[in-house]
Ligand binder design. Structure first.
Ligand code: GUN
Ligand code: ZN
Length: 429
């Protein structure tokens, strides 16, 4: 079945810092989809003769957003008051995660979470479940039903609190069972997921490294250098390691398939090692602000040419919206006197995150041959946005509109979300 969509089209397939032609924009474009895959894209005037029956989409079409770091079991603990990372985990998060021993609870939260992603224009994500095997099943079953591209994997945490602990043996057995059960199904992928260095024994970190080496098709997903007290605790636990990253490196966890969330407090040595390893960093500005963790250092990351994506880190993050998260990334950059232009922010939220998840051949840029996951953005979603993006206020300029969407926009600016060329969410007017 062939479907053609006429709209303003925008995508950023490469980091604009590296590629002058990274931004692709058709002011009046046509996107043609067959069996969920883009088969043609270009100016409407050039393609209209071949594909005459186009449906007009009301807004700016961009690739579906890709959230490079998010915790689905924390959905119901967003906006938990008063603590920085380690106390916030103990007081608010670990008690909530214990409830995911119950599959029915996990099913209900997973369904809400994925629908909320779609409401926010997010079509793919790298997701933390909990330590419970069935929390992964709940998420993957719900993602399969919705045909979403989701990567996840059971959290490993043999040093976790009571009720949230696994063991090296059970962690490995459940990880292998999940990989066997889910490999090759739908649009799903697996990530070996040690919670963070402090929650796993040396033996479990070593086993995570072994699992990663044994399964070349899986990712590694964890947290890195988020909070100064956490960094100090890691230094105390691993006195022989050069820094936090080195504690992971010793167990074979720093690879091109590794995604580290945060990376705020990094040494230049760690940045050099991240670059040479090809590992990626998921930047999570909303979370960093909420937990008082600090601001990501874009200047340092760019000096070392780090591979970056963007994550909401719900429930430390305070919005599911990748637009809002992009706007906060701009503000985090500016706090350190760096600039993040709106096209690069869009890259981070789409193809940049796709590259971290090793799915950039499938999604993230709306190129011919890619899966047709996309979002219709409404830059006049609120009265204020309509004024700011009006022609007399500079709204004819694409950069002005895109920046306004990121600074003022959120889920209200998502008028539709498409998965594999089919509408999966439509805003009620
Ligand atoms: N570090 C270890 N666990 C977590 C978590 O759940 N959220 C965040 N933001 N950081 C972590
Ligand atoms: Zn996180």
């Amino acid at each position: 079945m062939i479907r053609a969509y006429r709209a303003e089209l925008l995508s950023v397939a490469h980091d604009p810092r590296d590629a002058a032609d990274a931004v692709r924009h058709e002011p009046d474009g046509l996107l043609v989809v067959e069996d969920g895959v883009v088969i043609a894209r270009g100016a409407y005037a050039d393609l209209a003769d071949t594909y005459p029956d186009a449906e007009e989409l009301p807004g700016l079409v961009v690739p579906g957003f890709i959230d490079a770091h998010v915790h689905y079991p924390q959905t119901d603990r967003i906006a938990s008051y008063g603590e920085q990372l380690l106390d916030w985990l103990d007081k608010h998060i670990f008690p909530a995660e214990k409830a995911f021993a119950d599959k029915a609870h996990a099913d209900a939260v997973a369904a809400f979470f994925l629908d909320e992603l779609l409401r926010n224009g997010t079509t793919s994500a790298l997701v933390y479940p909990t330590v419970h095997e069935q929390s992964v099943d709940a998420l993957f079953e719900a993602a399969l039903e919705r045909r979403m591209r989701i990567v996840s994997g059971k959290v490993l945490m043999d040093l976790g609190p009571d009720g949230l602990q696994d063991t090296v043996t059970s962690g490995r057995a459940q990880t292998e069972a999940l990989i066997r059960r889910w490999r090759g199904r739908g649009r799903l992928g697996y990530a070996v997921t040690p919670r963070f260095a402090l929650a796993s024994s040396d033996a479990q970190l070593a086993d995570a490294g072994a699992l990663l080496a044994e399964h070349p098709d899986v990712l590694m997903h964890t947290h890195l250098s988020e909070n100064v007290h956490e960094v100090a605790a890691v230094a105390a636990r691993f006195p022989d390691s050069a820094d936090y990253l080195d504690a992971y490196d010793r167990f074979g966890l720093v690879t091109p398939r590794s995604v580290f969330a945060h990376g705020i407090h990094l040494s230049d040595r760690a940045c050099t090692r991240l670059h040479e390893s090809g590992a990626g960093v998921a930047v999570c500005p909303s979370s960093n602000l909420f937990l008082g963790s600090g601001h990501f250092n874009f200047g340092q990351a760019d000096r070392h040419a780090l591979r970056l994506g963007l994550g909401t880190d719900i429930g430390a993050g305070t919005s599911f919206s990748m637009l809002r998260t992009a706007g906060l990334a701009y503000q985090a950059a500016l706090a350190r006197e760096d600039r993040l232009d709106p096209f690069r922010a869009l890259y981070l939220a789409t193809a940049g995150s796709a590259s971290l998840l090793h799915i950039a051949d499938r999604v993230g840029a709306l190129e011919v041959g890619q899966e047709a996951d996309f979002v219709v953005l409404d830059s006049a979603a609120t009265p204020l946005m309509a004024r700011r993006t009006a022609k007399e206020n500079g709204g004819a300029d694409l950069a002005t509109r895109l920046f306004a969407l990121q600074i003022l926009g959120d889920e209200r600016a998502i008028s539709r979300t498409y998965l594999l060329g089919e509408c999966a969410y439509k805003r009620t007017p």
